[in-house]
Structure formats: C-alpha cells, structure tokens
Design a protein around this ligand. Structure first.
Ligand code: APR
Length: 231
C-alpha cells in the first residue's frame, strides 16, 4: 500500500522556542531593525551594508540555536509517511532535526546569490556576506532570501505539493503573508487539516476538516505526531 502524504506548512512560530524571534510578535521591529528596511529591494538599494549586517547577525544567531521538539517530532513522521515540509523560515532547523524533503519558500540564510541574472546560488554555511564579496561574474552577493515585494519562485512547487496532501499540518504562522498563506486553499476539502498556534490565525475561506490546536509548537506538535504515527 502506498504511504500517505503529509504536507507541513511552517512559519516563524515553530522556531520561536529555539530562540529565534517571530516577525509579527516583535512589535514592528525585528531584532531591532525595521523589517521593511532590511527585507526589501528598496532597503537593499538604500543601504546594502545594513541589510548584510542584519542577515550576518541572523546567520550567527542560527549557528547558536538548535531544533526544538516540534522540528524533531515532524522529522519522525517520515518513518510512516511521505512528508514534505513547506517552510517560510529561512533557518535550517527542519533539516538539522532530520527532515529530508523541505521547500524553503522564502530562501535560506546559509545561501548567498548573485545580484545579476542568471542568479547563481552559493552555499555559505554560517559565514558572513560583506560588501565587495562577488559572484564569479563580478556582481555583489546578497542573501538568498525572498524579500517583501519579490516573486516566490518555489510557490508553484509548493502549491502542487499542497494539492497532493492527505494531511496538512500548519504550525507557527500568522497566515498573513501571501502567497504562502494561500497554500491552504490548494489542499483538497477532504484533507484533514491541523493548525498549531497559541494564537489562532485567521484562516480565509471555508474549510472542512480543520482542527485548531491552540498550543505552542513544542507542546502541540509532539502529541499530534504521536497520534498520527499510531493511527
Ligand atoms: N509556537 C507556535 N506558534 C507560535 C509560537 C510558538 N511558540 N510563538 C508564536 N507563534 C505564532 C504566532 O502566534 C504567529 O501566528 O507564530 C506566528 C508567527 O507569525 P509571523 O511572525 O507572522 O511569522 P510568519 O507567519 O512565518 O511570517 C511569514 O513574513 O516577514 C515575513 O518572510 C517573512 O517568512 C516570513 C513571513
């Protein structure tokens, strides 16, 4: 018998208990920076140095934190299910917890890319990107992050995956940033959907089979995973 498919949509909330702050709980400032100044093409043109510094700080911080029980529990689902994690997070905590199939909708902190097309992408690990660091064609490197106002190249892949889900788990996202928030609309009406978040996010549209688990990621996710592994 073929294995059932679980699609997970995760957001900043799943990494909060690892010590990475969320965006919308931060009161307009994200680790002391104006989000739109450091995560937009306009901000990059205005002050690339501050943008690079911001992401260099985030990368160093990522080096010092660990996956939590929620990331770890989701990785365990692979023993019984085909699992695809669609994450809005630019951290690498899902992969470090052992998940093997991850779509990073908004890019990855541990990658840099060129600023002229075609955009070459480079693995940089936890190293800084500085002004003057160039791609092989001589363009300044920038973080490989999807900023506000930029296209989300992996959205089509994510939507296709969502449409094939037998079970959807949404964890730690306010569901306010599109197109990612619209992924739930690609999931079949019959698919069982779980939303784990201590503050119920507003879900647009009418959805059947939707269950809210009003808990933090580390308390809400492991029991759900246990239930799914036992079913
Ligand atoms: N466990 C689970 N959820 C939590 C926790 C926790 N411990 N703490 C907070 N949350 C929830 C909040 O209630 C909120 O619903 O996590 C969500 C975080 O929402 P956002 O900060 O808006 O993060 P996210 O939905 O991932 O943002 C989407 O916006 O800024 C852009 O590109 C950035 O990928 C990001 C996108």
């Amino acid at each position: 018998m073929s294995r059932k498919k679980i699609v997970v949509l995760s957001g900043a909330g799943i990494s909060a208990e690892s010590g990475l702050s969320t965006f919308r709980d931060a009161g307009g400032l994200w680790e002391g920076y104006d989000v739109y100044e450091v995560a937009s093409p306009g901000g990059w043109i205005k002050d690339p140095e501050v943008v690079l510094r911001f992401y260099n700080e985030r990368r160093r911080q990522l080096h010092n934190v660990k996956p939590n029980e929620a990331h770890i529990a989701l990785a365990q689902l692979e023993s019984k299910y085909d699992v695809v994690i669609v994450t809005q997070n630019v951290d690498n905590l899902h992969e470090r917890a052992g998940s093997s199939n991850i779509i990073h909708l908004h890019g990855e902190l541990t990658k840099a890319r060129s600023t002229v097309p075609p955009y070459n992408v480079y693995d940089i690990g936890y190293r800084d990107i500085n002004l003057g660091d160039e791609c092989e064609k001589g363009s300044q490197l920038r973080p490989d992050i999807v900023w506000f106002g930029e296209a989300v190249p992996l959205m089509t892949d994510a939507a296709t995956v969502a449409a094939s889900a037998d079970i959807l788990i949404v964890v730690g996202t306010s569901l306010v940033v599109y197109p990612a928030a619209g992924l739930i609309d690609y999931v079949s009406r019959e698919t069982k959907k779980y939303i784990i978040d201590p503050h119920k996010p507003n879900v647009s549209g009418i959805h059947k089979n939707l269950e809210f688990i009003v808990e933090k990621a580390t308390t809400g996710t492991p029991p759900l995973v246990k239930k799914l592994l036992a079913s």
